[in-house]
Design a protein around this ligand. Sequence first.
Ligand code: GTQ
Length: 345
Amino acid sequence: MTTTGIAPDRFRQQLSALNAAPLWDVLATLVPPQPRSNAVPNVWRWAQLRPQLLAAGELISAEEAERRVLMLCNPGIVGRRQVTDTLYAGLQLIHPGESARAHRHSQSALRFVLEGEGGFTSVDGLRADMRRGDFIVTPSWKWHDHGNDGDGPVMWLDGLDVPLVSFLQAGFREEHEAVRFPARGSAEQVFHRYGNGLLPLERRDAGSTSPIFSYPYERTRESLEQLVSAGEIDEYRGAVVRYANPLNGDWAMPSIGAWMQCLPKRWKPLHTRSTDSVVLTVVEGTPTIEIDGEVPVLLQPNDVFVVPGWRRWRALAGDTEDAVIFAYSDRPVHEKLGLYREQLG
Ligand code: GTQ
């Protein structure tokens, strides 16, 4: 009995009818002592999904599907279409001569190329050729279409901030009247304007996304190689570079951070944990992911793996060859909101 004489059950019913509820029932879960991701660690095997992606290619054309993609659904987030609490991942296929028609949306997207020659993404009519290991950004609200001028299938990993944008209910989308946005040039031109450590004298194009939208693997690999030879190896992540916006040094995209790591063979990194949730894929080698409390997972090239936030983990190359890992996470959002925390060691 409370001092007013109301039975607790009746009290809760009355509150519920008034669309209110007592905080003290749920305080510990509403404001938890530490993060508890809904996502679980999981591996998506390329050897299993590649045949399914090719099967999708027989079921539906890229034109019909608009985007012919297999979504990667985290088993901990039942019924949802996301790989972590905030991020989306998918595997996209384009056959020679096909087009994924031009559209634009508020969601930011990245492409990480897994297989094939001759693929391209165009952003506002600027064309970026897609080769294995390339990282390509399609910024929020920029027109983009994809195609394939080669003679075999082209496949890549899509990373988007879809769950985050839907949580904020901030999403818009539009179809372009043409399948392809009119061609205006190439990603190379953009690189010459904003790369090479050179920028336009007057800055008229402030934007929260990097003007450079194509980061070819050749250049990234070369930087990692130089770091490895110079012995510039981070204790936690090996030789590591992040994809940057040259205008402000921030991440290439405002909501998704992406980086690439080279883990030297026989080298043992220290563990870390951080609030962001990481989606990674293997570019070279066969690294093992160790997460506290989980069975270690040996990855093959193009396998996709998720490390949910606030789990202590590390990635090791093994004894025979170096490993190269591409990763993306929601870290920029954590940083911007003052929520990013990490524990090293
Ligand atoms: O290529 O624009 O996997 O809009 C999901 C939504 C890819 C894309 C996805 C998209 C795209």
